[in-house]
Design a binder for this molecule. Structure first.
Ligand code: HEC
Ligand code: HEC
Length: 331
């Protein structure tokens, strides 16, 4: 680039001639040559920037955003750069890029520069800091959530495979094991339990040996069985997994949350079975009796509710919730 530029600028007469010839060859085009004779529409970059420096900046933009020149400039893919209209501001993306340049300057020049102290060496924000190879710097969770909203679980899974195929190993998207696990739990939390289970299965496919992924997948399968086939099937699934995962397929909190989700769906018998199971595994936890008491109360089993709230209170005398509910249940 350096050579070319010097040649065009340096050999006045020849350059002028070349410019004329090119202008005639492509009528109506302002800059029908590349490199151009001069830079005519710089609003944020320094006026005295050399062509070589400018091209360096532009290459930085393209790689930070994972795009080509025509993403911001008027021109056709595959056509020579001499046919591009680089000074034109017709593309909105070019105008947005100017705003970004100003923003980055103010981040570095004012906000970061104004910090009480800086790390050593100080870190400079660049286009790539946020963009990481995409034109709109989005997190993978958001891209997948959007696919789900638009086309459901199949679209979400297809999108994940697509992104993984295209970006795995790059810095653009995070493909660590907990991304899908968290999204799956999020879906289950909103009541889409079978969609959540499908996502846990996808995660298992990518991380077959990761114990955390295997456990999350297992817990989801218990809840799916409880909802799809009833309390006995769910408990049976739990016992099966207990043999596979001697440390316990689900934590106290996981079982407790599952029970509350089942109550939320008004699946009281299933919720009661899960809370009973939790009491069996964690007989010293005040919270598990409190939860079981609540499920019995909601199911109209007043005596059983009282007994469990009393047990919870014994284990934790500071359980004021239990005190209040017991007062109500006894009257
Ligand atoms: C992310 C958007 C973006 C991309 C991608 C991009 N540019 Fe630019 N380009 C700009 C902006 C913004 C300016 C104007 C800078 C200013 O106003 O100071 C500009 C200015 C230019 C100019 C100067 C035009 C003039 O005379 O005023 C040239 C030449 C240019 N770009 C070439 C390229 C080339 C070649 C590529 C591909 C390697 C490229 N650009 C990729 C945003 C982009
Ligand atoms: C602090 C984070 C951050 C930095 C640094 C940053 N951007 Fe952006 N950029 C964004 C965000 C966020 C958006 C999306 C705005 C929206 O549409 O919601 C965006 C959008 C854009 C767009 C519009 C893309 C489109 O298709 O709508 C362009 C072009 C762009 N940035 C260029 C740049 C360039 C060039 C730089 C470096 C000079 C840069 N950005 C630096 C955060 C950043």
């Amino acid at each position: 680039m350096f050579g070319l530029h010097q040649v065009v600028r340096g050999k006045g007469a020849a350059a002028a001639l070349a410019f004329t010839a090119a202008t005639i060859a492509v009528p109506g085009t302002m800059h029908a040559q590349f490199p151009p004779d001069s830079l005519v529409n710089l609003q944020v970059l320094p006026q005295d920037i050399t062509f070589r420096e400018l091209i360096g900046v532009m290459r930085g933009f393209t790689s930070a955003l994972g795009v080509r020149c025509q993403y911001c400039h008027v021109g056709e893919a595959g056509q020579p750069l001499s046919t591009f209209d680089f000074p034109s501001d017709a593309r909105e993306t070019k105008r947005k890029a100017r705003v970004m340049v100003r923003m980055v300057r103010s981040i570095n020049g004012e906000h970061l520069a104004g910090l009480e102290s800086r790390g050593d060496p100080p870190v400079t924000v660049e286009c790539a800091t946020c963009h990481r190879g995409q034109p709109r710097p989005r997190m993978i969770d958001d891209v997948l959530r959007e696919a789900y909203t638009d086309g459901g679980i199949h679209a979400m899974i297809a999108r994940y495979r697509e992104l993984h195929g295209q970006y795995y190993g790059s810095h653009t998207f995070d493909f660590r094991w907990f991304i899908l696990r968290n999204l799956a739990n999020e879906l289950a939390g909103t009541g889409a339990v079978s969609d959540g289970a499908a996502l846990h299965s996808l995660n298992l496919e990518f991380f077959p040996d990761n114990p955390m992924v295997r456990i999350a997948h297992a817990v989801a399968s218990i809840e799916s069985a409880l909802i799809g086939s009833g309390p006995e099937a769910g408990i049976a699934r739990f016992r099966e997994l207990q043999e596979q995962f001697p440390a316990g397929p689900a934590t106290e909190n996981q079982l407790n949350s599952m029970g509350y989700r089942l109550m939320g769906r008004e699946l009281l018998p299933a919720a009661i079975e899960i809370f009973k199971l939790n009491v069996e595994i964690h007989p010293q936890s005040a919270n598990v009796y409190d939860s079981l008491g609540e499920a019995y109360m909601n199911n109209g089993d007043t005596d059983l509710a009282i007994r469990n709230y009393e047990r919870s209170l014994e284990l934790n005398p500071e359980n004021t919730n239990a005190v209040q509910i017991l007062e109500r249940l006894r009257s």
